[in-house]
Design a protein around this ligand. Structure first.
Ligand code: ATP
Ligand code: MG
Length: 415
């Protein structure tokens, strides 16, 4: 029989550097929003429009990950609602919504506590939304978070979705004062290719959340690090180094919190008295890789394929991956992979895919005029090229876009 006293004693972290690790949980609401006074003021000013009889139909709240968009928007709206009888706020996260219908249904769920059946269609769901809003206070803000996750699907166009939300007949008929706060990483009209009809129905109000710099990140992190770690477990110089690296690399609170948590775990494992720079460096190396791996696994097949071409050249004696490469080298490398015919990409297709990859931040390109061939575009990955090879097997195993068996012209050759 297991002796549970022993079991727990054996597995307890001895001399842990943490006293309250929860302080580093990014999902935990901070007691106080710091360092976002400008954005808080912008949102507050918009909300105060209620006292003058006006709320914009839409407000775009955008900026890179971990810059406080969600936490700030919810907090300011919530505090305003608590002080204003004629105002209500509802929050819906659309991250998991796979279709526009499910996005609308998620809003329905938040407002009514129930979902509609698929047979009722988008019309039915919107009708339910308007009916529910009739019972709301005079002014309502609907925060739609991670709205950039909704995608064109075969049944509905996002333009149609937004048009209904902003100008829907049921809404106009009932004269509802609904304002939609759209939270996303990119400006939506660009990201979702909204048409002019929808754009003209949007109010063009924008609140931008830039990445955090060193000073702001330091103010946000200091109280949480103090709460999470034992006294003296994160020396000032190490804290400052970590903050600087986090600001330079990401400007993202969530990643910065994870950096310190993992570095603390590493230090504890190594039996150190305090977190060191090396612990931070070791963590940066792996978090970087984790983040890139996630991105790589989510890529469409052709994009991933091009990356295998970009990283397909090896410097012979050392075995090191050769970078940068040119577009024709990428194409040549793909041809060497013994791919089935339908997977072969033309030089033109490769060029377009490289442009996409550059937009996603996965490759850097520049034109080099010194080469033998005159002005030639040089391409290299923005991360360690070995990571593409490391993730290859997982990509093939996990992606549902291709049948692994069908990728190679002759599966037995070239492996
Ligand atoms: N100004 C801030 N003051 C205090 N804590 C903050 C601040 N900004 C961010 N945080 C912390 O970072 C976490 C992440 O912030 P938040 O979720 O608001 O980012 P986001 O911009 O919405 O990111 P994403 O684009 O990934 O959704 C918050 O839960 C909070 O703990
Ligand atoms: Mg968010």
């Amino acid at each position: 029989m297991t002796d549970y006293d022993d079991l727990f004693a054996e597995t307890a972290a001895s001399d842990s550097l943490f006293v309250d690790k929860r302080a580093l949980d990014p999902l935990r609401e901070p007691d106080e929003i710091v360092a976002r006074s400008e954005q808080q003021q912008q949102v507050a000013r918009l909300l105060n429009g209620v006292h003058e009889g006006y709320l914009p139909t839409t407000v775009s709240i955008y900026g890179p990950p971990g810059t406080g968009k969600t936490v700030t928007t919810r907090r300011v709206c919530g505090e305003f609602a608590a002080r204003t009888e004629t105002f209500a706020v509802e929050y819906v996260n659309l991250k998991e919504c796979r279709s526009l219908f499910s996005a609308a249904n998620e809003i329905h769920l938040e407002l009514t506590g129930t979902k509609r059946g698929a047979y009722e269609g988008l019309d039915g769901v919107f009708e339910g939304i308007w009916e529910a809003l009739e019972a709301y206070p005079e002014w309502t803000v609907l925060i739609l978070d991670e709205i950039d996750h909704i995608q064109h699907d075969s049944n509905y166009d996002p333009n149609d979705f937004f048009y209904r939300l902003l100008r829907g007949e049921g809404k106009l008929k009932r004269d509802l004062n609904l304002s939609v706060f759209l939270v996303s990483n990119e400006l939506l009209e660009v990201d979702l290719r909204l048409d002019s009809r929808v754009k003209s129905a949007m109010d063009g109000e924008e609140v931008f959340f830039p990445p955090y710099g060193v000073a702001l990140l330091e103010r946000i992190l200091r109280p949480r690090i103090e709460q999470a770690f034992r006294d003296g477990a994160v020396p000032d110089a190490v804290f400052e180094y970590g903050v600087r690296e986090a600001a330079r690399r990401w400007g993202d609170v969530r990643k910065a919190l994870r950096l310190f948590r993992q570095a603390g775990e590493t230090a504890t494992e190594r039996g150190l008295e305090a977190v060191t720079r090396e612990c931070l460096d070791a963590t940066i190396e792996t978090t970087g890789k984790e983040a890139v791996t996630e991105k790589l696994l989510a890529l469409p097949f052709n994009h991933f394929l091009v990356l295998t071409g970009v990283t397909g050249w090896t410097e012979r004696p050392s075995g090191e991956i050769k970078q940068p490469v040119t577009t024709s080298e990428v194409v040549a490398s793909l041809h060497q992979q013994n791919l089935a015919e339908e997977f072969l990409l033309s030089e033109r297709a490769v060029r377009e895919l490289v442009t996409d990859l550059e937009t996603m931040g996965l490759v850097d390109t520049w034109v080099d005029s010194r080469g033998r061939e005159g002005r030639v575009k040089q391409i290299e990955t923005s991360f360690d090229p070995q990571w593409v090879r490391d993730v290859l097997e997982r990509y093939v195993a996990e992606t549902e876009q291709v049948d692994p068996e069908s990728v190679l012209a002759d599966p037995d050759v070239g492996s």
